[in-house]
Design a protein around this ligand. Structure first.
Ligand SMILES: Nc1ncnc2c1ncn2[C@@H]1O[C@H](COP(=O)(O)OP(=O)(O)OP(=O)(O)O)[C@@H](O)[C@H]1O
Length: 389
């Protein structure tokens, strides 16, 4: 179990971590997500006793790491793969670590085999590729067979086979009842690896929930319809409380209702459907929606630019252009197909602050304070409308 309680860390004028609290439970994999500079590594470094907190606490199995008599057998961490002496051979580094922590040397060969490094065990780690260095860092984290694992960007530099291996490793460690905290920018990977996620932005916890809860609350789930009489269907659905946007003569986007209800309405109205598609966003899409305004380092213009993996992307789906906020009541029907500038998103979404309220003790949603110099949503403009997708 890891407990982070009201943790704050300031470096001069920079508050890297600001009153962060969350719990990482055993038996599941918890993903730690956030844009560059959000405060993930700082939190992990404080947890591992490599930095002191300005205030608050970070504990492993009930106490700070410094108070454990045998830290390496309590918690294993990969924080910086280059922290091992590059002049030493991989096996030598691990043997030295084992020796100073009272771990039998036979365990060194076990973790070398486990991480696929047996064949290069007698090579200097300074000559290792980034991926091999990551594997060696993971080997040192596993050396003490600890109950708690903390991995900061473990898949960084790994090839696809290595990424899959880390996923299986984390899932296996969790299935043995261990506590696993892992940070990554690879959202598709985190969607497959993590059971819960903690999202942090500019030092604040933005969400603490299961992956499904996160997508349900933050993602822009909707129903896409192509119908021969989209106008009549859209008006009827809006009258029953759905949020309907007419894309063109035949296409609708509908939020706030189920596909089956849309199909039933169409049947009752005698409207023929060509398409009825439930659109559920990915973890990456939901994450980009939540963190679009939390990105500290951004390339390109507006909300477009390289994503966290360096891929060129357009604006996050459903995000309005910055500074453009419009309230949008529920049950609204926008009957006229809208002229959409090319490249501009075409979508309406509602970011309901209630979604970010405490849902249950296990699930936390927070709206961080708007940073200085950035325009906050106007009072009464909580419902944001963007021309999207
Ligand atoms: N030693 C330091 N001195 C000054 N500022 C620091 C120091 N370490 C971190 N920071 C600042 O604290 C903030 C949080 O950094 P941190 O490395 O924790 O973010 P992160 O979420 O791990 O980012 P990334 O995904 O890029 O690794 C950043 O603004 C960073 O510049």
């Amino acid at each position: 179990m890891i407990e982070i309680s009201h943790l704050t860390k300031s470096y001069g004028g920079v508050t890297a971590v600001n009153d962060v609290s969350f719990t990482v439970r055993p038996g599941i994999v918890t993903g730690f997500l956030g844009p560059n500079g959000a405060g993930k590594s700082t939190t992990m470094r404080i947890l591992m006793g490599l930095e002191n907190a300005s205030s608050g606490h970070a504990t492993v199995m009930g106490k700070p790491i410094q108070e454990h008599s045998s830290p390496l057998t309590t918690v294993g961490a990969l924080l910086d793969a280059r922290s091992l002496n590059p002049a030493r051979k991989a096996r030598q580094s691990l043997l030295a670590l084992a020796d100073t922590h009272g771990i039998p040397s036979s365990r060194v060969d076990e973790v070398l085999a486990l991480t696929g490094l047996s064949g290069v065990a007698d090579k200097r780690s300074g000559g290792f590729s980034l991926g091999m260095g990551q594997r060696l860092g993971i080997a040192s984290a596993l050396l003490g067979d600890p109950q708690v694992l903390v991995f900061d960007e473990p898949v960084n530099g790994l090839d696809p086979e290595g990424v899959t291996w880390v996923r299986h490793l984390c899932r296996n460690l969790a299935s043995e009842g261990r506590t696993v905290l892992i940070s990554s920018h690879l959202m598709s990977e985190m969607a497959q690896t993590a059971d819960r996620i903690v999202v942090i932005g500019r030092g604040h916890v933005l969400a603490d929930a299961t992956v499904d809860e996160f997508i349900d609350h933050v993602g822009d789930e909707h129903v896409r319809v192509v119908a021969d009489d989209a106008g009549r269907l859209g008006e009827s659905l809006a009258r029953s409380g759905a949020d309907v946007r007419r894309i063109d003569e035949r296409r609708l986007q509908i939020r706030g209702t189920k596909p089956a209800l849309v199909g039933r309405s169409a049947l009752e109205l005698g409207v023929a459907l060509e398409e009825l598609v439930p659109v559920r966003p990915s973890l990456e899409e939901a994450y980009l929606r939540m963190t679009a305004n939390e990105v500290q380092y951004r390339s390109g213009q507006g909300l477009g630019g390289p994503d966290l993996n360096g891929k060129q992307v357009g604006p996050p789906q459903g995000m309005p252009p910055q500074g453009q906020y419009q309230g949008q009541p529920q049950g609204q029907y926008q009957g006229q197909p809208q002229a959409v500038p090319s490249g501009a998103p075409q979508q309406q979404f509602q970011q309901n602050p209630q979604h970010q309220a405490q849902q249950n003790p296990q699930q936390q949603w927070a709206q961080p304070p708007a940073p200085q110099g950035r325009r906050a949503a106007e009072p009464g403009a909580e419902n944001q409308q963007g021309e999207g997708r």
